[in-house]
Design a protein around this ligand. Structure first.
Ligand code: SF4
Length: 374
């Protein structure tokens, strides 16, 4: 499928967009010259929006020039992110680009959505034989100006093999994504368009993140140094505002490997799957951390939304509901794929819950301290 400039600028991570940029043969020095100030400004804003978690702007009235500026700003914004050498920024940036692609996809005809899915490794397949078929109703967002006559075709059900679905939904939270709530027939899953584009968002995020950890040596240019410093200061600002200055009653050395891993992922800006978030909140609450301290643990998440995080914490800890949830047992953690890096202590037959690990480790460390003191 041939993509026009409008679409290339919306989805600059696709092969055709990258080929277009490559064909322009613009050296980095030229891209950083005063002639390309608009591209530089756009690239900087792109990264800053990711740090701020800004609303996605969808302007349907852009000129061809605007689109080219936007497209060229993508590789430059990647260069800026890589130049900071900050992995958390790379995660914020890739998440934001994924959200942006999804926002545009919501207004695209279905064949465009499916074409992108094929390129990103998420091709749909035929419905399984004997499956009940029919339109899948979904309240997906539609821009009426762009597609006034979105018809039945757009409500078509989509089928994905289980094997490509599972890795794509790894970081998506919400009960509606549990397999019991999705139609599964003969190893295939039935999705609506909205669910499919949510999976594509994850695929975009993965593609954007590829290569952002590469070491780059930025040329010595005063205004480039200024842009990189500005970004670093902005990133540090968000981290400083939000990172926990202390972990309250939590003793890091007593943490079970699963919670150490999940906590590390959260603080380094990775999106946690829903059940990992749930387990971490229950655990931190049980060891005595306050809701405010727990809140700060999640503030580096790329999809951080303060109101929602507060609501979830208060719901799980029982502050706003009748139930205070317990830390999930090790069996549940294993089933959910979040029993990370179990160690020797985890192998004991009585190790049935991460809280047991925390308490036993506390006693062991206490005994060790007494031995050392005596
Ligand atoms: S066995 Fe239990 S405590 Fe150990 S890593 Fe797995 S879930 Fe955590």
């Amino acid at each position: 499928m041939e993509w026009d400039m409008n679409r290339l600028s919306r989805y600059p991570f696709l092969a055709q967009a990258r080929e277009y940029v490559k064909a322009q043969e613009i050296p980095l020095e030229e891209m950083l010259s005063v002639r390309n100030a608009s591209v530089q400004n756009r690239a900087l804003k792109r990264v800053e929006d990711a740090v701020d978690g800004a609303e996605i702007e969808r302007d349907f009235r852009r000129t061809r020039e605007d689109n080219i500026t936007d497209l060229l700003s993508y590789p430059l914004s990647r260069f800026l992110v890589a130049s900071t050498g900050d992995r958390t920024l790379a995660k914020w940036f890739s998440h934001h680009e994924g959200e942006r692609a999804r926002a545009f996809l919501s207004s695209e005809p279905l064949d465009i959505v499916l074409s992108m899915g094929t390129e990103l490794g998420l091709p749909t397949v035929q419905a399984p034989a004997g499956a009940q078929t029919g339109p899948v109703k979904a309240p997906w967002e539609v821009d009426p100006r762009a597609f006034p006559d979105r018809g039945e075709m757009e409500q078509k059900e989509l089928w994905l093999p289980f094997t490509s679905f599972l890795p794509a939904r790894r970081n998506i939270s919400g009960a509606s994504w549990n397999l019991v709530n999705l139609g599964v027939v003969n190893g295939k899953l039935r999705l609506n368009r909205d669910q499919y584009t949510r999976l594509l968002q994850e695929k975009v995020r993965e593609r954007v993140e590829e290569g952002l950890d590469m070491k780059v040596r930025p040329p010595k240019l005063e205004h480039l140094d200024a842009m990189i410093s500005r970004l670093k200061a902005k990133v540090d600002g968000r981290k400083k505002d939000y990172s926990p200055t202390e972990m309250g009653k939590l003793t890091i050395t007593r943490l079970p490997p699963c919670m150490r891993q999940v906590l590390g992922m959260s603080q380094s800006g990775e999106n946690l799957p829903h059940h990992a978030r749930f387990a971490l909140v229950t655990f931190l609450h049980t060891v005595g951390m306050s809701s405010e301290e727990i809140f700060k643990v999640f503030m580096n998440a790329p999809d951080f939304k303060g109101d929602i995080v507060r609501y979830q914490i208060e719901h799980i800890t029982g502050a706003s509901s009748a139930t205070s949830y317990m830390v999930p047992n090790c069996d549940t953690m294993k089933t959910g794929g979040i029993c990370y890096n179990p160690d020797g202590l985890c192998e004991k037959e009585w190790m049935t819950n991460p809280m047991i690990y925390y308490r036993v480790k506390g006693r062991k460390l206490g005994a060790k301290r007494e031995d050392t003191a005596s």
